[in-house]
Design a protein around this ligand. Structure first.
Ligand code: C2E
Ligand code: MG
Ligand code: MG
Length: 690
C-alpha cells in the first residue's frame, strides 16, 4: 500500500509549496492544485484520504469550495486553513463533521504534520463507523406476535449484534420513545391498539431522526407503500424475512433517512449563507406567534435590507457579492442569541426573529448593534468594501395579526428607514407619524424653489480685535405657504436624499453672489460672502462651472467668495474632492471647514487639503465658559489653526463670556446671535448703512 494521499487546494503559491513539503516530510503523498475546478478534477480521478484547503476558498457558484466538496464526497476528511476571522464563518453540519482540524496561517511544518496525522486518524474512524452503520444499533421493535418477534430478534443479533427493545402495543412504544431514542424503529402494522397506518402516524413524531421500517403480511404491499409515503423508510414482508434481507433493509433505511434529512435541511436553509430561508422563518414566526398569544410573551421581527447592494454585484462581480452576503450573515448571527433566528429572504434581504423579549428588552438596541456590525469594512480579495443596511422592526403586540401582517409591517418600517436616509432603523408604530411628516415635507419641497418659497438670510462675521464686519454667511430659509418656517436641519437632509440639493445649491450660490454684487455696488467692497456646500455638490465637477459662472456673471473677485464644507465631504472620495478643491483654490475662492470638531476631526486632512479657514462648531463655543475641557479643546483648535496658517472662526457666540473667552484665545472671527442674527438682505443692508 502506498503513502496516504493528500490533496492541497490553495491559490497562494508560497503557502501551498510550504504545505506540500511539510506533508511529504510527514509521510504523505501530496498533490497540489491552485483552483477549485482543478480540485474537483483531481478528486474525480485520484483517491485522497485528506483534503487541505482554505476555509474561505471561493468556489463553485459562490459557495465555498469545501461546502461543495462535502456535498459531492460525503466521506471526505478535511484540514481547514484559516486566516484571521474565517474561523467563525457559518458552515453546514456536513462540513463541520468533515473538518478534522483547523490550522491557522502562516503554517508551521510541525503543526501541519500533526494536523495531517490527526486528520488521517479521523478519516479511518469515519470509514470504520460508516461500514458499521447498522452494527450494535439500538432498535425498538413493536410486534405483538411472539413468533415474529423472536424471528426478527434472532436475525438481528445474528447480523449486527443489535440491542433490541420490544413493545407489543403502540401506546407502550410511544411511552418508551418519550424517554429514549433509538437508531431504528421496526413496527408491525396490525397491533392490538392500532391498525393500518396508525402506528407510523403516532410513533414517527416521537422519533423524528430514527429510520422507520414497517413489517407487513404477504398480501399487504399496498399498505406498506402507503406507510412509506407517510414517512417510513422501508418495509419487510414477514413470510420473506431472512438475515441478508433484514441487513440490507436496515442499511437502505438508514441511507434514505440521511438523504431525507439532507433534503429537509436544504428546503429550510439558504444554500449560500447556511442561515434559514423564508419558509423556515414563516414557520418559526407562526409557532412563536401562537406561543406569544397563549403566554403573553413579546417577540420582534427585524427586516434588514442592504443599501445599494446591486452596485457591489455590478462593480465587483457576483463572487464578491456572494462573499459579502456570507460575511454579513455571519455578522448578523453574531449579534443575536442562539435562541433567535436569522434568515435570508433572498437577494440582499435578511430577517431576524428575536424570541422571548422581556418588556424591558429593546429590539432597537439589537438593530443598532446589527447596523454597526454591518458597516465595518469587509475585506475582499480585491480590497475592502463598506456596506450599510436599512432595518425595519415590528414588535409584537404593537404589530400583530397574521404572520403575513407582521412580516408586512416589518417590511414597511424597513422602507421608511430607507427613505429617511439609509443606514437607518425604524420601528412600527413610531414610523407612522414621523414618516407622514417626512412624506409631506418631501412633497412640499418638490416645487419650493419654483414657487419662490426659498430665500436666503445673512448672518454677519466680525473680527474679534476691532469688531468689524468682514462678511456674511448665507443661510437657506424655507417658508411654506402660510408662512410656516421649516428649519434647515429638517429640509436640507431631504434635499440631499433626493439629490435636489445640487440644483438648490446652485441657486443659493447665484443668489448669494448677486447680493454681494449689490453690496459692492453700494460701496461695501471689502466684504465677502460664505456659502454652504453639500457633499452631493462634490459629485461630478459641476460645482467648478457653477462657481466660475457666478464669479463672472456678477464680476466678483474670487477671494470674496468662501465655500463652507463639512468634514464629511473630505472623508469621501478624497482624490476626486481634492481635485475639485485644488481647481477652486486656483480660481482664488476661499475654502472653510464648517462645524469643525464634530466629525472625524482627522488632522491629517487639514494638511492634505488646502483650506483657508476653520469654523469651530457651536457645540464647543456653547460650553467654553463652563466646561474646562471644551475650553481647552477650543484653545487648542485655535492654536493649531494658526500654526497651519488658517483663519479661525467661532460659531454660535451667544453670551458675553463666550465672546470674552474666544477673544482672549486669539480667535480671528466670531459669528453668533450676540453679534447678529441671520436676517434678510434688506435688514443687513440697513445695518451696513447705519
Ligand atoms: P451652519 O452652516 O453651521 O450654519 C450655522 C447655523 O448656526 C445656522 O443655523 C445659524 O442660524 C445658527 N446660528 C448662528 N449663530 C447662532 C447662535 O448664536 N446660537 C445658535 N443657537 N445658533 C446660531 P441654520 O440657519 O438653522 O442652518 C443650519 C444648517 O443648515 C447650517 O449649519 C448648514 O449646515 C445648513 N445650511 C443652511 N443653509 C444651507 C445651504 O444653503 N446649503 C447647504 N448645503 N446647507 C445649508
Ligand atoms: Mg455654515
Ligand atoms: Mg457651522
Amino acid at each position: 500500500m502506498g503513502l496516504p494521499g493528500v490533496l492541497l487546494v490553495d491559490s497562494d503559491d508560497r503557502l501551498h509549496r510550504m504545505c506540500a513539503t511539510a506533508a511529504r516530510i510527514h509521510g504523505f503523498d501530496a498533490d497540489v492544485v491552485t483552483t477549485a475546478a482543478a480540485g474537483f478534477e483531481r478528486m474525480a480521478h485520484g483517491s485522497y484520504s485528506v483534503v487541505v484547503a482554505d476555509l474561505e476558498q471561493p468556489g463553485v457558484a459562490g459557495r465555498s469550495f469545501l461546502e461543495e466538496l462535502c456535498d459531492r464526497y460525503p466521506g471526505i476528511t478535511i484540514v481547514a486553513l484559516v486566516r484571521g476571522s474565517a474561523i467563525d464563518v457559518p458552515r453546514s453540519h456536513e462540513l463541520d463533521t468533515a473538518i478534522a482540524t483547523v490550522v491557522g496561517t502562516p503554517v508551521e511544518s510541525e503543526i501541519f504534520g500533526a494536523a495531517l496525522h490527526d486528520a488521517l486518524d479521523h478519516h479511518h474512524r469515519r470509514v470504520r463507523r460508516k461500514l458499521d452503520a447498522v452494527d450494535h444499533s439500538t432498535i425498538l421493535l413493536v410486534e405483538d406476535s411472539d413468533g415474529d418477534a423472536l424471528l426478527v430478534v434472532e436475525y438481528l443479533s445474528e447480523i449486527c449484534g443489535a440491542r433490541v427493545t420490544r413493545a407489543t402495543r403502540v401506546e407502550d412504544a410511544a411511552q418508551i420513545l418519550r424517554g429514549v431514542s433509538y437508531d431504528f424503529v421496526i413496527t408491525d402494522l396490525t397491533l392490538p391498539d392500532a391498525c393500518g397506518l396508525d402506528a407510523v402516524r403516532r410513533l414517527q413524531p416521537l422519533a423524528p431522526n430514527a429510520p422507520f421500517i414497517v413489517l407487513t403480511g404477504i398480501d399487504d404491499e399496498d399498505i406498506a407503500i402507503r406507510a412509506m409515503q407517510q414517512g417510513a423508510q422501508d418495509y419487510l414482508v414477514k413470510g420473506q424475512l431472512d438475515a441478508p434481507t433484514l441487513r440490507r433493509t436496515l442499511r437502505h433505511a438508514a441511507e434514505r433517512k440521511r438523504v431525507y434529512n439532507r433534503l429537509v435541511h436544504l428546503s429550510r436553509h439558504d444554500p449560500l449563507t447556511g442561515v434559514g430561508n423564508r419558509a423556515a422563518l414563516r414557520d418559526r414566526i407562526e409557532t412563536t406567534l401562537a406561543r406569544a398569544r397563549r403566554r403573553e410573551l413579546g417577540f420582534a421581527v427585524l427586516f434588514i435590507d442592504l443599501d445599494r447592494f446591486k452596485a457591489i454585484n455590478d462593480d465587483l462581480g457576483h463572487d464578491a457579492g456572494d462573499a459579502v452576503l456570507i460575511e454579513i450573515s455571519a455578522r448578523i448571527c453574531a449579534c443575536v442569541r442562539t435562541s433567535d433566528m436569522v434568515a435570508r429572504l433572498g437577494g440582499d434581504e435578511f430577517a431576524v426573529l428575536l424570541d422571548e423579549l422581556q418588556p424591558t428588552d429593546h429590539p432597537l438596541d439589537v438593530g443598532r448593534r446589527i447596523l454597526r456590525s454591518i458597516e465595518r469594512p469587509i475585506m475582499l480579495q480585491g480590497g475592502e468594501v463598506v456596506v450599510t443596511a436599512s432595518i425595519g422592526v415590528a414588535r409584537y403586540p404593537d404589530a400583530a395579526g397574521s404572520v403575513d401582517d407582521i412580516l408586512k409591517a416589518a417590511d414597511t418600517a424597513m422602507y421608511a428607514a430607507k427613505r429617511s436616509g439609509r443606514n437607518n432603523i425604524q420601528i412600527v408604530g413610531e414610523v407612522a407619524a414621523e414618516d407622514r411628516d417626512r412624506v409631506s415635507l418631501t412633497h412640499g419641497l418638490q416645487h419650493a424653489l419654483e414657487r419662490g418659497e426659498l430665500s436666503l438670510h445673512f448672518q454677519p462675521q466680525l473680527t474679534l480685535d476691532r469688531h468689524r464686519v468682514v462678511g456674511y454667511e448665507a443661510l437657506l430659509r424655507w417658508y411654506r405657504p402660510g408662512g410656516v418656517m421649516v428649519p434647515p436641519a429638517e429640509f436640507i437632509p431631504l434635499l440631499e436624499d433626493s439629490g435636489r440639493i445640487v440644483a438648490v445649491g446652485e441657486w443659493v450660490l447665484a443668489r448669494a453672489c448677486e447680493q454681494l454684487a449689490i453690496w459692492r455696488a453700494s460701496g461695501y467692497r471689502d466684504i465677502r460672502v460664505a456659502v454652504n456646500v453639500s457633499a452631493r455638490q462634490f459629485e461630478g465637477t459641476g460645482l467648478i462651472d457653477t462657481v466660475g459662472d457666478c464669479l463672472r456673471r456678477y464680476d466678483l473677485p474670487p477671494p470674496c467668495l468662501e465655500l463652507e464644507l463639512t468634514e464629511t465631504v473630505l472623508m469621501g472620495d478624497t482624490s476626486h474632492v481634492k481635485g475639485i478643491l485644488d481647481v477652486l483654490r486656483r480660481l482664488g475662492v476661499r475654502i472653510a471647514i464648517d462645524d469643525f470638531g464634530t466629525g472625524y476631526s482627522s488632522l491629517a486632512y487639514l494638511s492634505r487639503f488646502a483650506v483657508d479657514c476653520l469654523k469651530i462648531d457651536r457645540s464647543f463655543i456653547d460650553q467654553v465658559h463652563v466646561d474646562r475641557e471644551r475650553a481647552l479643546i477650543t484653545s487648542a483648535i485655535i492654536t493649531l489653526g494658526h500654526h497651519l496658517g488658517l483663519e479661525v472662526v467661532a460659531e454660535g457666540v451667544e453670551l458675553a463670556e463666550q465672546l470674552a473667552f474666544v477673544t482672549s484665545a486669539r480667535c480671528d472671527l466670531a459669528q453668533g446671535y450676540l453679534l447678529g442674527r441671520p436676517a434678510r438682505a434688506e435688514h443687513v443692508t440697513a445695518a451696513l448703512c447705519s
